[in-house]
Design a protein around this ligand. Sequence first.
Ligand code: GLU
Ligand code: MG
Length: 465
Amino acid sequence: MGSWAAQQRQEARQLAARLSAEGVRNVALTWVDNAGITRVKTIPAERLAAAAERGIGMSPVFDVFTSDDAITASEHLGGPDGDLRLFPDLERVTSLAAQPGWAWAPADRYDQLGLPHPACQRQFARRMTERAAAAGLELRMGFETEWVVTRAPAGHPAPGRADEPLDYPCTGPAYGMTRVVELSDYLRDVTEALSVQGIDVLQIHPEYAPGQFEVTTAPGDPVRAADDVVLVRETVRAVSVRHGLRASFAPSVVAGEVGNGCHLHTGLYRDGTSLHRSPDAAWGLAPEATAFLGGVLDALPALLAIGCPSPASYLRLQPSHWAGVYQCWGVENREAALRLITGAPDDPDGGHAEIKTFDAAANPYLAVGAVIAAGLHGIESAAQLPPPQTGDPGALGVRERARRGIVRLPATLTEAADRLEKSAPLHEAMGEVLHGAVLAVRRAEEAHFAESEDDAIAAATRWRW
Ligand code: GLU
Ligand code: MG
């Protein structure tokens, strides 16, 4: 233990020296709160070794912050008392290409005695990854990032006021090459910044809504995937600011329009072999992969309180908007909440599944942890998958949907929070303190927007994520 600590100290010192040689002055230590906001403490680069050893102080009250920076309380958390220590993950320290002189590291939260903080979302994600590993299973996950870009009025780079009209810097059609031509310098700079930061970009392209783009990155370990999506978002934001633009990752930028999703891709492996590539099995799904996905599908109503955590999320969740609002799965079906992706037959990694319903207001650490918990519960309870759905369930009549056993996922945050409250597997996996804090934040968000019209909810949350 002593030698491990000494080695850590040594590594941190070497890292701090390397950063300072690269001209890094500050390191941003981020964690994501239960409302999905990335919060930060920053330190001078030379404090990194001390931070790695003793952590940086922060209040536990952030676990009950809402997306509008109000503070609620849960049974265990809230109020001005107490302190936690924020520990940077030295393996993820990254110099930021679009913020010269800055580096970033995701952080884990411990109490002052060095015990894990029970509401630390990143450690929850790690615990669930380890729980899967103890069963011989490995998850490879990745998030898609969608965002809407607008022009920032001169002298007001960020954040946008709710009442400002949206000024799109590109006018080209959905998925149109015109948009790439109009914003080619910007998109190149986003790609380059991500690449030099070690993010493996798979695609970057225009999306459907006005000003909307998407970047997808390579899958990896679940905690890494959650770290990556934080880094991707803050990098897109930083490049946008440098181009006089603003990026919104909010679920609903304009009420009624197609929104921003943050789909979670998830593949299951045993001993390095994909369980989505089982010879002779239907769709290549090994029994464990079927049970895992069956568990996720069963838990989706409760998982929405994690993956779609804002009242604004439910403005996005409209049928026939590719947001996956029905509790069903389908093979390559973009209207199914759970889309099975079979990939090219000769690609050993080709098969996996995509949860389409989630958005970027979700804390990505909670999202990966809760999905793993639901999937492992599916394996324990030998969950099955119903027949796959082809076509758009939203285009079917109510009776035909009922005949096929397809139900709508929660259409309000209240409904989703009620399901999370009652979910025994998620309660057990998250633990009392984290589960309680998440629910308290959901209830406070509901109450805050209870009287608001759709347009007002979209405007109030547009620049929060
Ligand atoms: N923007 C859509 C959403 O709200 C998704 C479009 C797509 O399938 O990539 O999730
Ligand atoms: Mg997309």
